[in-house]
Design a protein around this ligand. Sequence first.
Ligand SMILES: [Zn+2]
Length: 397
Amino acid sequence: MGQEEIRRHNVGTLLRHVHLGGSVSRTVLTERMRLNRSTIMALIAELAGAGLVREELPPGTGRAGRPSLVVRPESGRVYVLAFDVAVDRLVAARVALGGGVVERREAVRPRAGADLDRVVEVLARFGRQLYRTAPRDSVCVGVGASYCGMIRPGDGMVRFGPDMGWVDQAFGAELGRRLGIGLPVSVGNEAHLGALAEQRRGAGTGLRNLIYLHGDVGVGGGIIVGGKLLDGDSGYGCELGHMVVNPYDGRACGCGSHGCLEAEVGERALLDAAGRPAESFGRDAVRAVVDDADRGDPVAQAALEHIGDWLGIGVANLCNLFNPGMVIFGGTLREMYPGAAAQVRARIAANVLPVARERVRLRVSALGDDATLVGAAELGFSDLLADPLGVLARTAS
Ligand SMILES: [Zn+2]
């Protein structure tokens, strides 16, 4: 790396620490980055000069002694627009540097067929409102979006959205065009982004190896190995939901196969196991089963246990393959997991090699319904964190 590259890397790394830490002292930055104090101070000065961070006394500091200044993100000034397209809802938010959701808009998404036009129309309208109402001296440094389907890296083309019938829909390009704020839209798969969010700000903060399972109509996944999201050769990896767990008499899956994990543990599988009619669907219907189980309804309890066994088989395979430090259950699985945990644990005990399971922890998502939105915001911040001063010069001009 040349001098300039090293400096850009250090500026980005420091901003990342402040963005994720919220408020970090000079001393901690010096320790974490293993640079000397004067280099750290020069980097802080550069970022402060660009309006990305500020230094201040920690709250509650009295006059006595010489307290160490803390570095904070300029959350009131720097933000991204984040979008979340789930099966049943559309969310848009302004997310500040530092990760706080400042303002949000939300709409219900009907379960219709391919609806690119409506989805983009609603999100672009929300996005323009959020952009217009942002403080005058603030700057939008990126746009990130989460979509419940398989996304082509680079241009945000939805290659395959099995639950809504989307095939090769130019979602990212179309949203960018209709937003009309001169910024491209980075799009990621919802479960990939959920994994990223949980690793940066949620249940798996700081872990280098974790697996995130996201339940919606189906089941998506994100696998983080050595601190990096596993993407595959074309960016379509981590389709944990289509791991075959029941090939002989498995339920039909939306992908055309049979016995996929999501066919056995997805929304329909739970509702069928609980004896709910075909007309009942959606997150409320899933919640109703979970609530009934909590109240002691044996049919609902048995349905969750049945799902838990299949879920456990999937998780056991993943533990043997990846030896994760944590498996996190998000989306509707967050609600289903507690009633299914005993079966999942039993499968892990029975099917995972002892040395591969001795440290794995099982948790529900700490970010809840916002995991995918938070992940989209992190995607929106990624260019800024790679080259803070360069991106700011481009977006502010
Ligand atoms: Zn499938």
